[in-house]
Design a protein around this ligand. Structure first.
Ligand code: FES
Ligand SMILES: [Fe+2]
Length: 445
């Protein structure tokens, strides 16, 4: 059960030093509860993509921190011909029952509570109550917010990606800042500037704290270690295929790229921003010259002109993190979002997207990556999960209290708000994330 922990600001400060953090940040259930309250329930959180709920009444349920939420598509109207999307607490104002019971579905005619059939419009307002006369001369007021499904404090969408925030805060674009490039980079690769999800998503329960995932995404030291065996096996097969056919299939490169030596990884750059977001510059041959890419270039050139096409396809981004819970690999149309469950349990949703109007082969490339690298069925994901689980066990044990982020400390380009690593293997992005973490965690103390 969640409760409000009592950890004061001084105690939190003592856990986060400039180059190391205390293991309690990953293992202490009270700290986890405070993270849910002070980070997840205060900042913009990713709900889903509007293509997940294309028709009126379509809904998708998820958690923001400890709160059960639902996003639902409304009826078409003059101001919203496609139907406005509302993000609501998935809770009936009568006795609290969750109105939408499935992960995703269609509500039918109205949002109807399964317990006593209170019915709500798709924007959460009350439509009807059976035998409403029973409430005559009581404090029941059908127009009061107390008798509606409560809306998130704010919700907004950027190029089809829907976010919600449960407390006061900056607007969505200000919060994303330069990290919005992840969404632009993905959408700009479509000749109509749009992407759509491909069902289903994979869902994995990681047996580790959510921060393991967020640190791992921008950890350039681990691939050549953790994923070396997969990379080498793929490289061997890749060479064999090349000998036989004269060509290297791109999808093998997605795996053989894990043999990239440390020195190459070290040439990359991570930039950390005040709200905790990170932009990680690219590493793979993401602008190949095969016929499929040429066809994609032609479609984009026709839509946007040559200069824009070059700009869009030449961006050198590998990973962008929207802190605290989203990881986007825009050149391969991948998005992963975390829904933390406990200090040592994290649910992740793994999505991939189709570029509307782009050649089918470009979609298949995203699908290869989804299946070969990000899916729980692959060795890559399995190896990462194993590391994080073992890390969680280690940090839950006593013996030593500190987690080290010393690599390249003192060499960052740091103006006090934006923190840029001098090299790809630096632990600057982890330090940057913890700087944001401490700010969020101590803000109300
Ligand atoms: S709990 Fe929802 S109608 Fe009674
Ligand atoms: Fe990994």
């Amino acid at each position: 059960m969640s409760h409000t922990p009592h950890i004061d600001s001084a105690e939190l400060q003592s856990l986060v030093e400039v180059d190391r953090v205390h293991r309690r940040c990953y293992s202490d259930p009270d700290i986890f509860e405070l993270e849910m309250k002070n980070i997840f329930e205060k900042t913009w959180q990713y709900c889903g993509h509007e293509s997940q709920i294309p028709k009126p009444g379509d809904y998708y349920t998820f958690q923001i921190g400890r709160q059960p939420m639902v996003m639902v598509r409304g009826e078409p109207s003059a101001s919203h011909p496609e139907g406005a999307i509302s993000v609501l607490y998935n809770r009936c104002p009568h006795r609290g029952v969750q109105v939408c019971g499935s992960r995703a579905g269609n509500a039918g005619d109205k949002l109807t509570c399964p317990y006593h059939a209170w019915r709500f419009h798709y924007d959460g307002s009350l439509e009807s109550v059976p035998l409403e006369k029973g409430y005559r001369d009581t404090r029941f007021d059908r127009n009061s917010p107390e008798f509606q499904m409560t809306k998130a404090e704010a919700s907004d969408s950027y190029r089809g990606f829907i976010f919600a925030r449960l407390a006061e805060g900056p607007n969505l674009l200000d919060w994303m800042g330069p990290a919005k490039i992840a969404i632009d980079d993905m959408c700009d690769r479509s000749p109509v500037g749009k992407v759509e999800v491909v069902f289903p998503s994979n869902r994995v329960v990681q047996r580790s704290n959510w921060k393991f995932f967020m640190e791992n995404q921008i950890d350039a030291v681990h691939p050549s270690v953790t994923h070396m065996s997969t990379g080498q096996a793929a490289a061997e097969v890749e060479r064999k295929i090349q000998r036989q056919t004269g060509e290297k299939p791109l999808h093998y490169h997605m795996l053989s790229a894990f043999t990239t030596p440390f020195e190459k990884w070290d040439t990359l750059v991570n930039t950390g921003y005040p709200y905790g977001h990170i932009v990680f510059s690219g590493y793979m041959g993401l602008r190949p010259t095969d016929p499929d890419t040429r066809a994609h270039e032609a479609v984009l050139e026709q839509a946007y002109g040559k200069a824009k096409m070059e700009e869009y396809l030449d961006r050198n981004i590998h990973h962008v993190l929207l802190y605290p819970a989203v990881s986007i690999q825009s050149p391969l149309q991948q998005l992963r979002v975390l829904r933390p469950v406990a200090a040592d349990r994290t649910l992740s949703e793994i999505w991939h997207f189709r570029l509307v109007g782009a050649p089918e082969a470009i979609y298949r490339r995203a699908l290869w990556y989804f299946n070969l690298v990000n899916s729980p069925a692959t060795l890559i994901n399995a190896d990462d999960l194993e590391n994080w689980q073992r890390g969680q066990k280690g940090l839950s044990a006593s013996g030593s209290d500190w987690v080290s982020f010393h690599r390249d400390y003192g060499r960052d380009k740091d103006d006090g708000s934006v923190l840029e690593s001098t090299n790809g293997c630096s632990e600057a992005p982890m330090r940057s994330q913890f700087r944001a973490w401490l700010k969020f965690m101590t803000v109300n103390h």
